[in-house]
Design a protein around this ligand. Sequence first.
Ligand code: PSU
Ligand code: MN
Length: 311
Amino acid sequence: MTAPAPTPSTPPIRLTEEVATAVAEGRPVVALESTIISHGMPYPDNVAMALEVEGIVREHGAVPATIAVLDGVPRAGLDHDALELLARDPGVTKASVRDLPHVVARGGHGATTVAATMRLAALAGIDVFVTGGLGGVHRGAAESLDVSADLTELAVTPVTVVCAGVKSILDIGLTLEVLETNGVPVMVVGSDEFPAFYSRVSGHAAPSRIESAADVAAAMTAARGLGLRSGLVVANPIPVADEIPAAEIDGVIARALADLDALGIGGKDVTPYLLKRIVELTDGASLVANIALVRHNARLGAAIASAHAAR
Ligand code: PSU
Ligand code: MN
């Protein structure tokens, strides 16, 4: 039997010329996700945040590449119209890895989660990715088995994810356990404690502590040299000035979780519901903190991409 002739195929992901050139020349590029735009923040704060974060990445010497699927085509690098569509079109699917084939095959629009963005960033040749918060092991997962595909993707895709830790809507301890099981390096910037998104403290120790973007770049090089195929998590604690104290946010989160239960919401709608409810219950204070920490992460991510490109 002869092997079937290769079918002429289109590239799996379309890069803008700017992103393609930067990747080809080994210049710093930072991937950005799009579920945070479509399902993580209300309109129009979401599109304003997306544009501002791209600007911050540029100011800090890297090329931003926001990733999404549009009309069935995975893309790295989006224009203003595309960001606007993701921000306000209710027909945009929240796309994790398991959703990608269907969104692509039916020619739909998909806003990519951390997991799906990592997968597409790797296809595009981008190895640094900035977001706000990572998905993880949900509280009550012993019963529900609700564990974000972000964690399984981190086990198998070599992309560095800059985040502000994980929210206490999740079980932070179990999330760190699963990352450990999967061999994913977790490094906290300038703190001995793993951060809890809105607050700098979580009660969980940092698996490892680093001090600078250069330290992350060195760890990325070491991971590749050692043949690790996993991603790296860089947890960047929210700046002190923007923090919501744990004591304050914990009550809000408990209330949001109770409302989730009462409504019987499950599956992929859990995280978007909780984020929206927390914004409501804090009168928008959680949104202000969320945007502040994404800005902070964008500065660090651009510095990591620059330090890594210089190695
Ligand atoms: N956490 C946030 N904002 C977000 C998300 C998580 O603070 O927008 C999004 C990210 O895209 C993340 C996804 O990858 O939710 C996780 O969803 P799930 O738990 O369904 O895997
Ligand atoms: Mn889930």
